[in-house]
Design a binder for this molecule. Structure first.
Ligand code: ATP
Length: 775
């Protein structure tokens, strides 16, 4: 049977360190713990041969039920150069060492780091001090560490201030009544050490970090205004009493932590809104007549959440929103709202940022959303292809969803042009926003009822009637406390410059007029038409590919290669080797899509051979751009010296990148007049660039692959280059041929013309394909 533990990396001692030409006098040490494909690391302690980390790891440790589960704790020198850290030693914790650790539970044990390089290989190069903790002791230890951290930054702070950290003030309803104005000064004093905490809170939980950011801004505002308010006191005190310095360890504890920090963020937003209104004017404050009740409810939920820690109480569904004041008035509205005919946005297969990557930009965006000092309500994140914009937008929308603040996540996909047409954008946004708040739903429903033709009106009219007017009316009635987050991802994949002009000009001119509670994040490449419309209108951030992204891509490559090593029996424990990792990181140039394609290429078949192909067949000076990587990947995906294969593969690739809707291999065979399973045979070898499985629709894994195949300046001269005009022509001919031979009674290439449409499982796919292939 397995149990859950946490691992506390305490310190190291007696580290053997030889200064040299490339090595500083003393090392900057950190430890990375690899387990089952996950990597966690401590901070770097500079210039110490006996560093103390006191680092409680965030990942869960299951006692291995099979001997396959291995943990490896690696000691690194932090060189400060991206991807150039020096791997010094390792402690491998296998079954025996786990047993030893568990036997000494709660006690500190010492293990030897073994050297990994040169003369020291396999020899002891220092000692690592560890402690294994049961889940129940984890929180106490985390708390103790947080207290110590705070004590460092705020020597006079008492432990109760620290334990009750991210919150602020007063004790209960009775305290609220007797609130002493002087208490506000006490609140400010209590907040000071918390405000100093910064990074420490970020390390505990990303949402704790958000709560901290919001409270810091409230604190600064409060300090400036010296405002006093009894109402606030009670909520703040309750928040103070809830310890959120609990680590995520087991699934159930994780749920509880998430519930508490989520509710804490919600309370912080309430306080932010409340104080902002309070500071603004007394008249506005009168509209806060229900605030007392809301504060009581918020306190109640927080206390219930706290109780759940000490009991087996489930916290599922225990969340009190400060914005939802009434239940959605059911069917009537939703029937009306269906007239918006929104495009289906299915984010199931989208990936979020690997933990620890893109932290700075994620923090900046979250802060922009949650602590709005920027008068603008639109943030445009741009960057080159494959720099990670879509992954960031998915991460932001996911955290907004978890915080019950997601107003909509709208994204476009060049693979699916029919679903990425500019015409559906405003209707889809309106529908998403209506789903998130009943008052918005009501306001939009009223707009549709009073003008049913609006859903087919020109874009600027749709914007005004379906978004601007309803959102403004909701803002005026004060029923929403912001922020509500709307994410629009990959706008460059929405239509083309010819078809999206009106949408861009409408968004540029009208989005800033929407109420401030709506925070809009737009991501796109820097296409000329988008840049022209957005660059001076919105707050802009450019996702750089440079030093920081090289470090992030390094984490990503390590993580993925470790997963490959665990999946492949014959790769030794030292695979892929530090040098190879560094080489891949160098070659990637900090571009995520390069790294992601490379690791897929390595994973598909014979990883060691593929790795060698990438790292040794190209000199360090040679440019190894994304184009080159795609060409190496394709070169290895089939017998390109065979003319027959070239013809088949080109035709299949044309179907993948030029078809208006994604097609299955069966559809491709029918369209191209191939004997089955020709298309499947070609697709089977394209796993690192095309997402496909037998009978499933094939899509490029990334838009940059379509660009590469169809851009003559990038792939010309290669047998797989696609001439767009010829490709469309071929698809059109395929369509015509099918129509010619089968149209009489069977437009969709059905095997049996007596079948009912409902009996054909892929009918919509066939119809879409046969109608729109040549578009
Ligand atoms: N922080 C990250 N963690 C893990 N994987 C990432 C991260 N960022 C990007 N990736 C991976 O890198 C690839 C490219 O990223 P993404 O699609 O987000 O780039 P993009 O900037 O949106 O590109 P484009 O402009 O071409 O759409 C994806 O396969 C994604 O899974």
């Amino acid at each position: 049977m397995s149990s859950t533990y946490s691992l506390c990396v305490l310190s190291a001692e007696d580290i053997v360190w030889k200064p040299g030409p490339l090595r500083s006098k003393t090392p900057n040490l950190y430890v990375a713990v690899h387990q089952d494909g996950h990597v966690q690391r401590t901070v770097t302690i500079k210039h110490e041969l006996a560093p103390k980390w006191d680092h409680l790891l965030k990942i869960s440790y299951m006692l291995p039920s099979s001997s396959k589960s291995e943990t490896s704790i690696r000691l690194f020198h932090d060189s400060s150069l991206p991807g150039r850290d020096l791997w010094l030693g390792v402690v491998d914790i296998n079954g025996v060492a786990w047993a030893k650790l568990c036997g000494s539970e709660q006690n500190t044990i010492l293990l030897d780091f073994k050297g990994v390089d040169g003369d020291s290989k396999g020899k002891p190069i220092g000692k690592l001090s560890l402690r294994l903790l049961r889940e129940t002791d984890t929180a106490a230890t985390a708390l103790e560490m947080a207290q110590r951290d705070v004590a460092k930054v705020a020597p006079g702070a008492t432990s109760s201030t620290l334990i009750k950290a991210p919150g602020l003030v007063a004790k209960s309803a009775s305290v609220a009544k007797d609130f002493d104005p002087a208490l506000w000064t006490t609140i400010i004093a209590k907040l000071e050490p918390i405000v100093e905490l910064g990074d420490k809170i970020a390390a505990i939980h990303p949402y704790a970090n958000m709560a901290w950011k919001i409270l810091t801004s409230v604190y600064q505002a409060a300090k400036k205004q010296q405002a006093t308010d009894a109402k606030l006191g009670k909520l703040v005190q309750t928040m103070v009493d809830i310890p959120i310095f609990w680590r995520r360890k087991s699934k159930s504890l994780e749920d509880k932590v998430l519930a508490i920090v989520t509710q804490t963020v919600e309370c912080s937003l309430f306080i932010q809104d409340y104080t902002a209104n309070g500071f603004r004017s007394r008249t506005v404050r009168n509209t806060w007549a229900n605030a007392d009740n809301k504060i009581d409810e918020l306190c109640d939920v927080l206390l219930k959440l706290q109780d759940s820690f000490d009991s087996s109480l489930s916290v599922q569904g225990l969340f009190l929103s400060t914005k939802v004041l009434q239940k959605l008035d059911g069917l009537v509205e939703s029937e009306i709202l269906k007239k918006l005919n929104p495009v289906d946005m299915n984010a199931t297969s989208r990936t979020s940022c690997l933990l620890g990557t893109c932290q700075k930009i994620l923090d900046e965006i979250n802060e922009w959303i949650l602590v709005p000092c920027d008068p603008g309500n639109v943030l445009w994140l741009s960057g080159v292809a494959g720099s990670g914009k879509s992954t960031i937008s998915t991460t932001i929308s996911e955290s907004a969803r978890e915080l019950h603040r997601l107003g909509g996540f709208v994204f476009f996909d060049r693979n699916d042009r029919a679903r990425s047409h500019p015409d559906g954008v405003i209707r889809t946004i309106a529908y998403s926003l209506a789903q998130c708040h009943p008052d918005i739903a009501s306001a939009i429903a009223v707009a549709i009822q009073s003008d049913p033709s609006i859903t087919n009106a020109p874009i600027h009219a749709q914007f005004k009637t379906l978004l601007q007017d309803p959102l403004t009316s909701v803002e005026n009635s004060n029923s929403i406390q912001g922020p509500i987050v709307l994410v629009i991802d990959a706008l460059d994949e929405c239509g083309d410059p010819g078809s999206r002009g009106l949408l861009l000009s409408t968004l540029a001119a009208e989005l800033p007029k929407l109420p401030h509670f709506l925070r809009v994040l737009i991501t796109s490449r820097r296409d000329a038409d988008i840049t022209k419309h957005f660059h001076s209108r919105f707050t802009a951030k450019v996702l750089d590919v440079g030093t920081q992204s090289i470090t992030d891509v390094g984490l990503f490559i390590r993580d993925k290669l470790e997963k490959i090593r665990l999946d492949e029996e014959d790769l030794g424990s030292s695979w892929p080797g530090e040098e190879n990792i560094n080489r891949l990181v160098d070659l990637s140039g900090g571009l995520f899509i390069w790294a992601s394609t490379a690791v897929k290429f390595i994973a598909v078949y014979k990883p060691q051979e593929k790795l060698e192909l990438l790292v040794t067949h190209h000199s360090t000076t040679e440019d190894f751009s994304l184009n080159k990587l795609y060409s190496v990947a394709l070169q290895n995906s089939g017998p390109w010296e065979d003319g027959g294969f070239v013809q088949d593969a080109r035709a299949v690739l044309a179907c993948v990148v030029l078809g208006r809707t994604p097609m299955t291999d069966v559809t491709m065979d029918a369209l191209l007049d191939f004997r089955s399973p020709t298309s499947a045979k070609v697709l089977r070898n394209l796993g690192c660039v095309v997402q496909w499985g037998p009978g499933a629709q094939a899509r490029t894994l990334h838009a940059s692959f379509s660009d590469y195949l169809t851009d003559p300046t990038r792939s010309a001269g290669n047998p797989w280059a696609i001439d767009t005009a010829t490709g469309h022509h071929r698809l059109a001919l395929g369509c015509l041929k099918i129509l010619d031979t089968e149209l009489k009674f069977n437009i969709c290439a059905l095997e049996d013309s007596h079948l009912l449409n409902t009996d054909v499982h892929d009918m919509s796919d066939r119809v879409a394909t046969h109608h729109s292939l040549a578009g």
